[in-house]
Design a protein around this ligand. Structure first.
Ligand SMILES: Nc1ncnc2c1ncn2[C@@H]1O[C@H](COP(=O)(O)OP(=O)(O)OP(=O)(O)O)[C@@H](O)[C@H]1O
Ligand SMILES: [Mg+2]
Length: 257
């Protein structure tokens, strides 16, 4: 039995084109793919989902207005993330995934720039055959409150649980040489090493630059000192992609750390 991690992007389940927008058909389909994977492989999963339209709008509004996350914003963002999480949970349970939600704000806090999470809570569920479900959230920090992105959280869990494989489902076909939504000439990367991606991004080499949400996925992992891990980035909007990637057939980008 192996444990793999999955991060389902907010970009897939809650597109940011308008606030509090959930793509229920996508959530139901992905839950079914995860259920099929658990059944067919006998492996276990740790699941993290992003905030998408339930997190980003409110955080942005709070930060623009106050310059920091005040406790009113903390409470409100926490509440809306629970709402998105409850859609995900409902779908997982109806697909017969033995899932249980672990709100990150109750097991993580920020000390400086890096999170510290009480991962025993996650390990305990995994050891009992339960699929823990976590999400990008707001968590306490030494000075107030901070956002922990789903990407950072999944890497923290990969590190602490010694997980060797993680799949990121996003709304594009993988990692490109540039933002594919802005640059039609961007090329899809099939297989890369994490240090190469970072070096190119930092040096802004030739035409190649991995930016935004995509770069964040690599940067955080390197900051956390992730090594010996295979990360796949696939398009979660394409039916079957998540199941296939978990089974080792990646239609997207493989990044080696
Ligand atoms: N080089 C790149 N390769 C791939 N996508 C890129 C690149 N540069 C920028 N992007 C953008 O990154 C987006 C995915 O990141 P984003 O943070 O929006 O999604 P997510 O991580 O799946 O969602 P969430 O942060 O809500 O969990 C894509 O829609 C794409 O437009
Ligand atoms: Mg992101």
């Amino acid at each position: 039995m192996r444990v793999k991690a999955v991060k389902v992007g907010g970009s897939v389940i809650a597109p940011k084109n308008r606030p509090l927008n959930a793509d229920i058909p996508a959530i139901l389909r992905l839950a079914e793919e995860l259920s099929n994977y658990l059944r067919d492989s006998g492996n276990q999963l740790v699941l993290v989902h992003g905030g998408g339209s339930f997190g980003h709008y409110l955080v942005k509004e709070c930060l623009t207005r106050d310059g920091e996350l005040r406790r009113e914003c903390f409470s409100r963002v926490a509440h809306y993330m629970m709402m998105l999480n409850s859609f995900v949970m409902e779908a997982l349970l109806s697909s017969e995934v033995p899932a249980a939600s672990l709100p990150p704000r109750s097991i993580c806090f920020f000390r400086g720039k890096l999170p510290e999470c009480f991962v025993d809570a996650v390990k305990e569920l995994v050891s009992k055959g339960v699929t823990p479900v976590l999400f990008g959230d707001v968590i306490p920090s030494s000075t107030g409150f901070e956002v922990i992105s789903g990407d950072m959280l999944v890497w923290e869990l990969v590190k602490e649980l010694g997980i060797k494989e993680v799949v990121f489902a996003t709304d594009v076909n993988g990692i490109y040489t540039d933002d594919p939504k802005k640059n039609p000439k961007a090329k899809l990367l099939k297989e890369v090493r994490a240090d190469e991606v970072l070096r190119e991004a930092i040096e802004g080499e030739v035409t190649s630059s991995v930016t935004g949400g995509a770069l964040e996925k690599v940067k955080v992992a390197v900051e956390l000192g992730i090594k010996g891990v295979k990360a796949s980035v696939i398009n979660g909007l394409v039916p079957g992609n998540l199941y296939n990637a978990l089974r080792g057939k990646v239609e997207g980008t493989v990044i080696w750390f």
